[in-house]
Design a protein around this ligand. Structure first.
Ligand code: MRU
Length: 346
């Protein structure tokens, strides 16, 4: 099974190589991000997207910033790195993986004794470790989630929580990939995921490329599919999981969870340790990114709403913990009552 690599070092190591996800499914293009401006633009513009992937890209980008400071006095290096980390952090507020990765990089920089060259090497190693650890966490999510996806499962997913969103084989899609690897017959239904269509553009693309049967549907069709008895389980990713188990994920996840509960269908969330935020007690405290009007007024360049109406366009919603059947992480399958304390994060 061929699984796409969404973010990695360029061959010569001087850039962050990403798959430009704005162009899929029409064109597969990889591009190299070399500067902090290019990185911030890539994250804000969703060329690289998905909670783990933006954390990894942020960490690698900060390592590139450090490399350009080689030879500068240590204090100046730390100060400029902090400024760069704050700039990257401000690109998207909801996924906790981004501040988690940047904080980890800054802790590494501050804890490294020696000169700028030592900090450059330490940050390079740390960013590579964040990438490798994410790959391993995806794999473990796949192993832990395998029991939830028996042979013959018909799985409904939302947005893209696959390889394109991570450093490895994905989060929500990891148990699907593992189940297929294990010879199980799995069918995936991918919500289109308005307004930016990560489900139909990205999830359908990566699953069909990997040979996994997938059917695309508009978000509004999910409940009727459940009512028709054609869905066995829902499996989605997360951008931030609060201490009480409330889950922020792509807008449209919450109505899916309500529909699943109504129809008695298990609603599973899959996420690596880096997506848990023990410092946020409930979903009410999660900042939800609001995106521009153009995404609804002119979807993909075509007029889809009059210019003079106001637009409501949150990128994420919060699913209350009581609608979540279980959360699969790299550490295992967590069932209610959820309580994610400080020990939850790596
Ligand atoms: O706006 P996006 O495309 O970055 O949103 C992505 C999602 O909501 C994913 O479901 C989430 O990040 C989990 S990815 C493993």
């Amino acid at each position: 099974m061929e699984i796409v690599q969404a973010v990695r070092w360029s061959d010569d190591g001087t850039a962050v190589r990403i798959v430009d996800q704005r162009l899929l499914p029409e064109r597969y293009v990889e591009c190299d991000v070399r500067t902090i401006d290019e990185l911030c633009e890539a994250i804000r513009g969703l060329a690289v997207r998905g909670a783990p992937a933006i954390g990894i890209a942020g960490a690698m980008g900060l390592a590139l910033v450090a490399a350009k400071l080689d030879g500068a006095p240590r204090d100046e290096v730390l100060q400029r790195l902090k400024h760069a980390a704050d700039t990257i952090r401000a690109t998207r507020p909801t996924a906790v993986n981004l501040p988690w990765a940047l904080d980890r990089m800054m802790r590494t920089a501050c804890a490294t004794s020696g000169d700028a060259g030592d900090i450059v090497s330490a940050l390079r190693r740390e960013a590579s470790a964040i990438l490798e650890e994410d790959r391993a966490m995806c794999r473990r999510i796949g192993e832990h989630g395998l029991a939830l996806v028996p042979d013959g499962s018909r799985v409904l997913t939302h947005c893209n929580a696959g390889a394109l969103a991570t450093g490895g084989m994905g989060t929500a899609l990891a148990p699907v990939y593992r189940a297929v690897e294990a010879g199980r017959r799995i069918e995936v239904f991918a919500d289109e995921t308005r307004p930016l269509l990560q489900g139909s553009r990205l999830t359908a693309w990566e699953l069909s490329r990997a040979g996994v049967p997938v059917t695309v549907l508009a978000d509004s069709m999910a409940a009727s599919l459940m009512r028709a008895g054609r869905i066995d389980l829902c499996l989605v990713g997360a951008d931030r999981i609060a201490a009480n188990g409330d889950v922020a994920n792509k807008i449209g996840t919450y109505p899916l969870a309500i529909a699943a509960r109504h129809h008695g269908i298990p609603f599973y969330v899959a996420a690596p340790s880096s997506t848990f935020d023990p410092g946020t007690p409930t979903g009410d405290a999660i900042v939800i990114e609001q995106r521009g009007d153009a995404e609804l007024r002119a979807s993909f360049g075509v007029a889809t709403a009059p210019d003079d109406v106001s637009v409501y366009n949150p990128a994420f919603d919060v699913t209350p913990h009581d609608l979540v059947t279980a959360i699969v992480s790299d550490r295992g399958v967590h069932r209610p009552p959820f309580a994610f304390g400080e020990g939850t994060r790596s």
